[in-house]
Ligand binder design. Structure first.
Ligand SMILES: NC(=O)c1ccc[n+]([C@@H]2O[C@H](COP(=O)([O-])OP(=O)(O)OC[C@H]3O[C@@H](n4cnc5c(N)ncnc54)[C@H](O)[C@@H]3O)[C@@H](O)[C@H]2O)c1
Length: 367
């Protein structure tokens, strides 16, 4: 595809899709093809907010528009797999928000649909695209940490407001797949070959009394094939501490020649040094980037993360490269989460390869 042609985006789901519209409008690599949501009132609000000429309420009508190259999927978690397959069958590339899906039931159908279409599926794991996380990743890729020894991630937020949503009460919703996945994805970004997992979860009375019985306090240890391990922590239905006591998402890397901590969105600490030198921790702060990341009222939408990942995705399509996380990496993440879920009931260490075997996915995901 020509490096100069803008990609045309069709946005499905205009809640979080609001950030996508903003990102597309501000990017030189994208243009808006259509927006679609079942909720007409929301469509009208987005039309007014972004000065759009029109909207659609029928996904299939958006898929029939041949001028659209890519579908951005921002519908409730339980619908993602079906919506991705529909887009692939219509010959579109796909960017889908997290989680790729809420179990592995449709994994093989997704793999088949992608093979048949020859199109790209990119998972919008937005936390990789906060300023602090991107700086940490660059240092990691330069090898500044030496050999990685441990990773610690957390995502903590008081998200009791989420229980107001109808789909948080539908089958398939869990705090783990919807929320903890940010912390799981950061850990797997550094340890892509996690094999053993162990953890515990607590369903607090704050969640249970509102009818959501999924554990909202979650702690896991993940170990990869070489023995390097990650710890993952999440709390979602109890009060959370605010900055500076606690940042909502963080990732700490400890290696043989350095340690670093990305406190998302805007604080990055690192210490790369020789033995015996302890007081050289550098603190970088990117608060000046706040207006780029947070474009709407409050801190609820992070449009800057979306613009970062959409521009990465566009460059991959232009160059004919596979954007990561792709479908295979996304499915492996869900398999790791299924192993984590199994621990919650078995109380035992669970293996990711057993999950992949059980679903007949091993050859596709780990050939
Ligand atoms: N940082 C992040 O990456 C991030 C943050 C928040 C939410 N999300 C994800 O984004 C997705 C949407 O979350 P949300 O908070 O916007 O939820 P939401 O409930 O506010 O929005 C979902 C929208 O999808 C629409 N919809 C449902 N089925 C449809 C269909 N068949 N056709 C057209 N529209 C349809 C609904 O009408 C609704 O407006 C979820 O999967 C969530 O996990 C990601």
């Amino acid at each position: 595809m020509s490096e100069n042609k803008k990609l045309r985006m069709g946005v499905l789901g205009l809640g979080e899709g609001r950030s996508v519209i903003s990102a597309v409008q501000q990017s030189s690599l994208w243009e808006l093809g259509a927006v679609c949501d079942l909720n007409e009132q929301l469509c009208r609000e987005r039309m007014a907010e972004f000065h759009l000429p029109d909207y659609l309420t029928d996904y299939e009508e958006m898929l029939r528009d041949e001028s659209i190259d890519v579908i951005g999927i921002y519908t409730p978690d339980q619908l993602h797999a079906r919506h991705i397959i529909m887009a692939l069958e219509a010959g579109k590339h796909v960017v889908c928000t997290k989680p790729l899906m809420v179990d592995l039931t449709m994994a093989r159908d997704l793999i088949r649909a992608q093979k048949e279409s020859g199109r790209q599926v990119f998972i919008g794991q937005s936390s990789r695209y906060f300023e602090a996380a991107m700086h940490q990743r660059r240092d990691f890729e330069k090898g500044r940490h030496g050999e990685l020894v441990t990773v610690e991630t957390h995502y903590v937020s008081d998200s009791r407001w989420f229980l107001e949503r109808a789909w948080s009460h539908r089958e398939g919703f869990s705090w783990m797949y919807n929320f903890l996945i940010h912390a799981v994805d950061l850990a797997l970004w550094y340890l892509p070959r996690v094999e053993e997992v162990y953890g515990v979860g607590v369903c607090s009375s704050n969640s249970a009394s509102r009818g959501v019985m999924a554990p909202d306090a979650l702690k896991f240890i993940l170990k990869d094939q070489s023995g390097v391990c990650a710890s993952i922590n999440g709390n979602y239905a109890v009060p959370a501490l605010s900055k500076p006591a606690e940042h909502f998402i963080s990732c700490t890397l400890r290696g043989t020649s350095g340690a670093s901590k990305a406190e998302c969105p805007f604080d990055y600490y690192h210490h790369f040094s020789e033995p015996g030198i302890y007081n050289t921790t550098v603190h970088e702060n990117y608060d000046e980037r706040r207006p780029y990341y947070y474009r709407f009222e409050g801190d609820t939408h992070h449009a800057g993360e979306y613009q970062n990942y959409l521009e990465y995705f566009a460059r991959c399509i232009q160059k004919g490269e596979t954007p990561l996380p792709d479908l295979k990496e996304g499915i492996r993440t869900i398999a790791v989460m299924e192993a984590m879920n199994r621990c919650l009931s078995s109380g035992q260490v669970e293996r990711v390869s057993d999950v992949l075997d059980a679903w007949g996915l091993k050859e596709d995901i780990e050939p």
